[in-house]
Write a protein that binds this ligand. Structure first.
Ligand SMILES: Nc1ccn([C@@H]2O[C@H](COP(=O)(O)O)[C@@H](O)[C@H]2O)c(=O)n1
Ligand SMILES: C[C@@]1(CO)OP(=O)(O)OP(=O)(O)OC[C@H]1O
Length: 166
């Protein structure tokens, strides 16, 4: 079994859509980035790549590559899931926290969870998402940006198959 952690931040600006977990959320500002800047999906990808010992998203999807301009981060997550498959790993579970003073994310959590599970082709019960405000403190509290953290466990597929057949 291997553990990975991920962290990402994007700045909130006017004139951009707010996309979190692949859900377009109504808000006066959106996150700035080369891709759709889906900060929670970025943290999830970094956790998975970290667990595999394969670096980070900047290494796999450089922000200098026009191919990723405006890219759906869920599509990049699907590529990371393919990489996991090719390396012989499966997801144990993953848990992520979105740190956002606003908007209220609870009503969108279920859709985000469904999207992440679908992009990875795993059961929803392996994914947990949470949100917290920063009680008005710091850059997230001032609504200058949104950050996200993720941790995951992955396991070698043959090990899982052996255990489940015992
Ligand atoms: N952007 C957010 C932040 C929080 N939530 C939900 O509210 C609960 C309480 O948050 P606190 O920061 O006051 O502890 C939290 O557990 C989330 O369920 C949210 O929906 N959207
Ligand atoms: C996703 C990528 C690639 O488009 O760009 P951004 O959306 O800017 O995101 P960031 O977390 O700053 O860097 C990772 C990049 O690989």
């Amino acid at each position: 079994m291997r553990i990975g952690s991920g962290y990402d931040v994007h700045r909130l600006v006017e004139g951009r859509d707010l996309v979190l977990g692949g859900v377009r959320i109504p808000h006066p500002k959106g996150l700035l980035g080369h891709s759709d800047a889906d900060v929670v999906v970025h943290a999830v990808m970094d956790a998975l790549l970290g667990a595999m010992g394969l670096g980070d998203i900047g290494k796999h999807f450089p922000d200098t590559d026009p191919a990723y301009e405006g890219a759906s981060s869920l599509r990049l997550l699907a590529k990371v899931a393919e990489l996991m498959e090719s390396q012989g790993f499966m997801l144990g579970n993953l848990d992520a926290t979105i740190i956002a003073q606003a908007p209220k994310l609870l009503p969108h959590m279920d859709s985000m969870r469904t999207n992440i599970a679908a992009a990875m082709d795993v059961d929803r019960n392996r994914i947990n998402l949470k949100a917290t405000t920063e009680e008005g403190l710091g850059f997230t509290g001032r609504q200058e940006g949104i950050s996200a953290q993720a941790v995951c466990l992955i396991e070698r597929k043959e090990l899982e198959e052996k255990t489940s057949s015992q």
